[in-house]
Design a binder for this molecule. Structure first.
Ligand code: HEC
Ligand code: HEC
Length: 321
């Protein structure tokens, strides 16, 4: 039988350990929404489906077909190469399924529009080689990207890179400073959705990122933007950090271009989704994203604390791309 002393010791031991962390949990858990609940059923739609501004109509079955992502606005971009639009037997999921035809991407997928072709190719090679992972190793969307990288052939990758690099960068992020963010829940793909009629809750140093219109995004409407709710004052604190460069670092613009719009093969930062940028910085800082390609970026990322990353990405997301 346990003595009271043994029970107390057990209690102290448990308090010392704290609750057992979820596998893969990180400090910046707000940037890596996770749940074990299954993905919600696709939104109910009746055939045929339309989105505002497009004369096209698709059936629900076409919209659900991952192997042939629907293209609502074919006049708004050049003709995509096959690897972007269709999945051959055994081939990768088409890039547009996640990055969309305009390159701005689904929630949680990176925006690829206007990145340099060499950078796109190099990053896919990094995913393939295992040097680019998520700090949360079992994050489903990053694992999907790694799978695509392993399956895409080099000639197809070169065509995809040329396609996305030629697309214009467009504003698609709205940053809102607030004490009270909408109440959200994690979706197993790795993003947040609004809780219907959920009201608001204190933002508490986090960034809460949601789609402007999730039902429309589930239809793959590329005109739907992103809202980033950020803590009050984050944008101006972030601006100061970006200009100073964090702890003894260089100003970010020294490598990312005077307006943070990218320089050569160094990627743009202005107007990108805040949680994507936060995950990128955290993945680099923790070494989940490693290897020679990212060596120049190691010191700037290591110099930033979690709170500083929050401010920096709030500022970067608020800039015009
Ligand atoms: C199933 C979804 C999915 C598919 C299909 C997909 N990607 Fe991705 N991609 C992602 C996600 C999610 C990320 C972010 C992963 C991360 O940072 O951990 C990403 C990131 C990237 C990046 C990094 C961008 C940056 O700024 O560093 C590149 C480049 C990229 N993808 C290219 C491609 C290409 C080319 C294809 C088609 C051959 C493709 N992706 C197919 C989901 C996908
Ligand atoms: C010495 C040059 C240099 C400086 C200074 C620098 N960066 Fe970078 N940064 C890079 C390079 C090079 C890459 C591409 C890394 C790779 O290939 O994976 C990069 C990548 C990034 C990425 C990932 C982008 C993506 O598409 O995934 C982010 C985010 C980033 N930098 C933010 C910053 C911030 C914020 C600062 C300032 C605090 C900064 N960088 C300062 C060179 C630099």
């Amino acid at each position: 039988m346990r003595t009271p002393a043994a029970l107390m010791l057990l209690a102290v031991t448990l308090a010392g350990c704290g609750p057992k962390p979820e596998p893969g949990a990180t400090l910046m858990s707000w940037a890596y929404p996770q749940t074990k609940d299954p993905a919600p059923p696709p939104p109910a739609t009746s055939d045929p489906v339309h989105v505002p501004g497009s004369a096209l109509a698709f059936t629900r079955a076409q919209i659900m077909d991952d192997a042939n992502p629907v293209d609502w606005f074919p006049d708004e971009h050049p003709a995509p190469p096959p690897v972007v639009a269709h999945q051959p037997p055994g081939g990768p999921t088409p890039c547009a399924e996640c990055h969309l035809y305009d390159g701005h991407g689904f929630l949680a997928a990176a925006d690829l529009a206007g990145l340099s072709p060499a950078y796109i190719i190099q990053q896919v090679q990094e995913f393939r080689a295992g040097r680019r992972q998520s700090a949360v190793h079992d994050r489903p969307d990053s694992l999907e990207m790694i799978k695509a990288a392993q399956k895409v052939t080099d000639p197809d990758l070169a065509q995809a890179a040329a396609y996305f690099a030629a697309l214009p960068r467009k504003p698609f992020v709205r940053v809102v400073e607030t004490d009270a963010a909408p109440v959200t829940k994690a979706i197993s793909y790795g993003w947040l959705e609004l809780v219907p009629n959920g009201g608001t809750e204190p933002i508490k140093g986090r960034i809460i990122e949601v789609s402007e219109d999730m039902p429309a995004l589930y239809l793959a409407d590329p005109h739907v933007g992103i809202v980033d709710y950020v803590p009050p004052g984050a944008v101006s604190r972030g601006e100061a950090l970006v200009k100073r460069g964090g702890q003894g670092g260089q100003p970010c613009a020294a490598c990312h271009g005077p307006e943070l719009k990218g320089a050569g093969d160094v990627p743009p930062l202005a107007g990108r989704a805040a949680t994507y940028l936060a995950r990128a910085l955290w993945d680099i800082k923790t070494g989940a994203r490693s290897g020679p390609a990212v060596a120049l970026m190691q010191a700037p990322a290591k110099g930033l604390s979690e709170a500083e990353i929050t401010d920096v990405v709030a500022y970067l997301a608020s800039r015009r791309p």
